[in-house]
Every structure is written in structure tokens, then in C-alpha cells.
Design a protein around this ligand. Structure first.
Ligand code: 13P
Length: 252
């Protein structure tokens, strides 16, 4: 099945409002007219409104990096799905940094996924094993659990708005990307079968599975040429317009 590739930039906690405007002004002309890749940028919450202004009329999509599962209430410092409506089309959920540093679990990831879909947001759900888990041969077990638990009660219809990002924790920010074959194996043999099992063959096959973890303008082409790597979730290399645009080109 043909899946239109996606390249999404996860800016993490980087870029002030002015820097956000500047970076988007640089990115826009570099990716203009590219129709065969879905391009997404995910600035911090405070940059979303600027991004919306700046990207008016462009085909670059906007994502948030997180959200809370409740609609509103006494949750100091949190932002709800309803608040993202109209600002962001996508939301990243369950990034390994959120799991490791902010106590997110498969259960809270699932609540967030359901709340996001409930508000019509598209979800990029992140999964991936740690170095210890990898070395203990537990990659398939951990990733399967994260996918199944994270997607509990998601309907076939909602799954149309779902993208999975496989981000092995040991590859994030380390300069040590997974091998293209290794990542492809996890996508093809671990994640895809679960998506088919959960949503049926055709809907399961339509869901994009991105790779994330030290993707750059040098290694992107080889990663994306694998049968089951449908694009990338890019951290560090998404903060420079030229490298981000080169990665988008590599996905074409
Ligand atoms: P790096 O590309 O900086 O390794 O980060 C990957 C990532 O965590 C994207 O969400």
C-alpha cells in the first residue's frame, strides 16, 4: 500500500517567539510546493499561535508536543486538547522524554490519545525501548505493550488520524541512529502486525510509522528507503531550516 510519507519536526523546548517566526520564514520557501510529503512542525505551546500566523496559506502543518487528557480544571501548567483546537492539527503524545522525565505511563498516554481524538486532533504516538531493554532483547515486548496499551479503545475511524513514531530511546539525541534495517524490522514485524490486529488489514496498513532518533540530512535517505519507514520525527535536525528541508526532500 502506498502511504504518503511524513516528516515532522519536534522542536522540543527550543525557540523563542522571535526565533520561531524566523525559523518558519526560512523553512517555508524551502518546502513550498512539496505535495508528496506531509510536512509538520511542532513548536512549544507558546509558539503555536505565531506558527499559525506565519504558516497561513502554506501547506506546512502544525503540531503540539503534548497535552493533558482533561478538558479544563485545576491542572496548573497544563494545556488541554480543546485549547489546541484551531491552533494545532497534530499532537505528539507519549514522547520518551515525557515518559522518562514527566512520569507518563502507557495509561496516561492512552487517556491523552483518546482525548486528542475526541477533539478531532491527529495523533503522533511515540513508542520505543530504552538501551537496557534493547540490550536485554526486550524491544519487541516493550514496543508491543506500548502500542497496544496506548491505543486501547481507539476506533477504526479514529485510527485514520493516527501516526506512530518508533523512537528507540538510545538513538534520541545521541547521534547514533538505529540501522535502517533494524528500525524497519521493528516497524514491519512488531508495530504493523499490531495495527492490523487492532484496526483490520486495510486501516492498519494505512497508518504511517515514522522513525525518530538522530535522523539527519545524511542518513535520512537510507532510512526512508526502507519498505516500512514512512518518514521521520526529527529533533535536533529540525531546528535548522536547511537540514530540515533536506530531510523532507529525502522522503520524496
Ligand atoms: P533527535 O533527532 O534530536 O535525536 O530527536 C529525536 C526525537 O526525539 C524526535 O521526537
Amino acid at each position: 500500500m502506498h502511504r504518503k510519507p511524513m516528516v515532522a519536526g519536534n522542536w522540543k523546548m527550543n525557540k523563542s517567539i522571535n526565533e520561531t517566526r524566523d525559523l518558519l520564514k526560512e523553512i517555508k520557501p524551502l518546502v513550498e510546493g512539496i505535495e508528496d510529503v506531509t510536512v509538520v512542525v511542532c513548536p512549544p505551546f507558546v509558539g503555536l499561535a505565531i506558527a499559525k500566523q506565519e504558516l497561513e496559506g502554506s501547506q506546512v502543518h502544525i503540531g503540539a508536543q503534548n497535552m493533558h487528557w482533561e478538558n479544563s480544571g485545576a491542572y496548573t501548567g497544563e494545556v488541554s486538547a480543546g485549547m489546541l483546537e484551531g491552533l494545532a492539527e497534530y499532537v505528539i503524545i507519549g514522547h520518551s522524554e515525557r515518559r522518562a522525565l514527566f512520569g507518563e505511563t502507557d495509561e496516561t498516554v492512552n487517556k491523552k490519545v483518546l482525548a486528542a481524538f475526541g477533539h478531532g486532533l491527529k495523533v503522533i504516538m511515540c513508542v520505543g525501548e530504552t538501551l537496557d531493554e534493547n540490550q536485554a532483547g526486550k524491544t519487541a515486548e516493550v514496543v508491543s505493550r506500548q502500542v497496544k496499551e496506548g491505543l486501547k479503545s481507539v476506533s477504526v475511524d479514529q485510527a485514520r488520524g493516527l501516526t506512530i513514531a518508533y523512537e528507540p530511546v538510545w538513538a534520541i539525541g545521541t547521534g547514533l541512529a538505529a540501522t535502517p534495517e533494524g528500525a524497519n524490522d521493528v516497524h514491519k514485524k512488531v508495530i504493523r502486525p499490531i495495527l492490523r490486529e487492532l484496526f483490520g488489514r486495510e486501516p492498519g496498513d494505512a497508518i504511517l510509522i515514522l522513525y525518530g532518533g538522530s535522523v539527519n540530512d545524511k542518513n535520512a535517505r537510507e532510512l526512508f528507503s526502507q519498505s516500512d519507514i514512512d518518514g521521520g520525527l526529527i529533533g535536533g535536525a529540525s531546528l535548522k531550516a536547511a537540514s530540515f528541508a533536506a530531510i523532507v526532500q529525502a522522503a520524496r
